[in-house]
Write a protein that binds this ligand. Structure first.
Ligand SMILES: [Cu+2]
Length: 280
């Protein structure tokens, strides 16, 4: 039980990567047939994946050990092979072992788990604050740092519009949250009516949106791209249809977006999302 933890972590992560080779393309959205975690896009998700993988392999080892033990007992101590059953009812050594070994296993799990919990929970010095407000049924985004950007509604796209925009249906929106890459972003999450949850799996974020309460979380994305997530607190009839889309752009591009009042060049900012100038 004397592991050097970082080594164990990297071995487990390597094993997992090997196990998943072929299915581990950079994915910021669910992939058809996917069954593992999405590729991590933030430091929180990197740590979360490590702890998940550590616990996963410990669970696998325990399951295999118990199955082998059960198989052995069923064969070795079956009635035919063992006509006179043992009357042993106590073995101090075995009892000490089956108490201490699980305690050690729990310690191996609890230390990285608690470290991760505090790492996720403590919002560091952030460079940008965004606010996500849950409505029935869409998200409204606001940038309290920038007076020129009006808060806007991020509406889900229907099937045709998703296809036209090249976005996954039920995840694509008409107006994503826009943030710069490699920047610590604070997210304030709340709701106007019932409970929702602002969730981006590849960020390792699932934050409840509770009316009358402002929850706080943070992320820092390593790579530019579009990241998707669903509302993850059942909130009513359109719960399946209030996606979260985060567009991560370069810092320069984000500055241009801000200077343009929250619209990309060629677009006009407007309340209720951005539309291209051509569409207007
Ligand atoms: Cu919901």
């Amino acid at each position: 039980m004397r592991f050097k933890r970082p080594n164990l972590m990297s071995v487990m992560t390597g094993l997992t990567a090997a196990l998943l080779a072929g299915s581990a393309a950079m994915a910021a959205e669910p992939t058809p047939g996917g069954w593992w975690l999405q590729e991590p896009a933030t430091p929180v998700m990197v740590k979360l994946t490590e702890v998940h993988n550590l616990v996963f392999w410990i669970i696998c080892a325990i399951v295999i050990f118990v199955m082998v033990l059960m198989g052995y007992i069923m064969i070795r101590f079956r009635e035919k092979a063992n006509p006179v059953p043992s009357k042993t009812s106590h073995n101090t050594l075995i009892e000490v072992i089956w108490t201490i070994v699980p305690v050690l296993i729990l310690l191996v799990i609890v230390v990285p788990s608690m470290q991760l919990l505090y790492y996720q929970d403590q919002v560091p010095e952030t460079e940008l604050t965004v606010k996500a407000v849950g409505n029935t049924w869409n998200w409204e985004y606001a940038y309290p740092d920038y007076e020129n950007i009006e808060s806007y509604i991020s509406n889900p796209l229907d099937e045709d519009a998703s296809e036209a925009a090249g976005k996954p249906f039920l995840l694509g929106t008409d107006a994503p949250l826009v943030v710069p890459v490699n920047t610590k972003v604070k997210v304030l999450v709340t709701s106007l009516n019932n409970m929702h949850a602002w969730t981006v799996p590849s960020f390792g974020i699932k934050m409840d949106a509770v009316p009358g309460l402002v929850n706080e979380t943070w992320f820092e994305v390593f790579e530019e791209g579009t990241y998707y997530g669903p509302c993850s607190e059942i909130c009513g009839v359109n719960h399946y249809y209030m996606p979260i889309e985060v567009q991560v752009v370069s810092k320069a591009e984000f500055e241009r977006w801000v200077a343009n009042d929250g619209a990309f060049p060629g677009q006009t900012a407007q309340l209720g999302g951005t539309t291209t100038a051509a569409q207007k």
